[in-house]
Design a protein around this ligand. Structure first.
Ligand code: APR
Length: 320
């Protein structure tokens, strides 16, 4: 059986890490596309030269030509500019919308059958625009945010309780931004929901509130530390988990920025909800009943995503 083909649009910090992880996990052969001449070629060669050491089989190619992504099974998009200290994800809108237009045209022409994972920020609006530009069917294009946000939440919870990250599961909803909605009552340690852990005296609501706040600001915390760029290891790991679930038909339940067509009362918007990812892409949207305070937070998050979508329409009249 031929190997799968994975195209990475953007060969920067996240793109390079994606390429390395995809190889280590033997997900397929990898094409790195970037407008910066030499960068995708250099990273492709460097990672390919690590393969004999780590013992994985994958071919790598760096390119400036969209024709080289032809027939890709999975495309992961990181093309664009990342945040600098003091910038919000929303500040990237104008520049990255233009980038999505070019990427969308490339996808429409050369990889219309791929499963597409978008990482470029501001995430929820960019995946919406990328779908419009590329015309990839809604169930085959998602944004990566929730896996990262919930991974940050899980990391902080595991540290709080001094337990393995493997035994912490977290549930986040909403857009990838400071108003994302971590759902405490659906987040568990060894199957025990967080409110029960407060009752058991393992932690306090104050400490949980601080962890939720840190999760929401998780991206900004890394930007402030790095000073030149934003997080890349955890975002890449998160997108690879989504791609792997598609390629191996794992049917994992993962939070993703998925197209809502009435679910959660939301129309024509990509926003973070739990979905099942398998060989058909987004096979199911998990629609849970929200308590009134959770619903208010979710609606607030959706409203900020929709205002960015409106801003996209204002910038590019072809987007409707
Ligand atoms: N087409 C292809 N690649 C492009 C284009 C384009 N039109 N414009 C920029 N790029 C490339 C850049 O040359 C760069 O190599 O995208 C790459 C982005 O890499 P980094 O600047 O290292 O950014 P990274 O940390 O990988 O983040 C990428 O993901 O998390 C988000 O906010 C982040 O939007 C940003 C994206």
């Amino acid at each position: 059986m031929a190997r799968k083909k994975i195209a990475l649009i953007g060969a920067g910090q996240i793109g390079g890490t994606l390429a390395h992880l995809a190889g280590l996990k033997e997900l397929g052969d990898i094409v790195l596309f970037d407008i910066a001449e030499g960068v995708p070629q250099g990273k492709a060669l460097d990672i390919a030269e690590s393969a004999p050491v780590d013992g994985f089989d994958a071919t790598y190619r760096g390119t400036q030509s969209y024709a080289d992504i032809a027939g890709a099974d999975v495309v992961i998009v990181t093309a664009g500019v990342p945040r600098k200290p003091g910038m919000s994800r929303d500040d990237l809108l104008g520049i990255n919308l233009k980038v999505m237009e070019g990427v969308g045209a490339g996808l429409a022409r050369y990889a219309p059958d791929a499963f597409v994972v978008c990482i470029t920020n501001p995430l929820d609006a960019m995946v919406w625009a990328l779908q419009k530009f590329s015309r990839i069917p809604h169930h085959r294009i998602v944004g990566m945010a929730g896996v990262l946000d919930s991974a940050r939440f899980r990391r902080f919870l595991a540290d709080e309780f001094q337990v393995s990250v493997k035994d912490v599961s977290a549930f986040v909803l909403g857009g990838h931004g400071d108003d994302m909605v971590p759902l405490v009552r659906y987040s568990t340690v060894g199957g025990v929901p967080l409110p029960a852990l407060v009752e058991m005296g393992w932690t306090s609501w104050e400490r949980l509130d601080a962890i939720v706040a840190r999760t929401r600001q998780g991206g900004g915390e890394i930007v402030a530390l790095l000073k030149s760029g934003s997080a890349f290891y955890a975002p890449a790991a998160a997108a690879i988990a989504m791609a792997e679930s598609y390629l191996k038909d794992q049917k994992r339940v993962l939070p993703a920025a998925a197209f809502l067509d009435g679910e959660y009362g939301v129309e024509d918007t990509f926003v973070g909800v739990p979905v099942v990812i398998g060989e058909r892409g987004v096979e199911r949207i998990v629609e849970i009943a929200l308590a009134s305070d959770e619903k208010a937070m979710f609606d607030n998050s959706v409203a900020s995503v929709q205002s960015l979508i409106e801003a996209c329409k204002g910038i590019n009249g072809a987007l409707t």
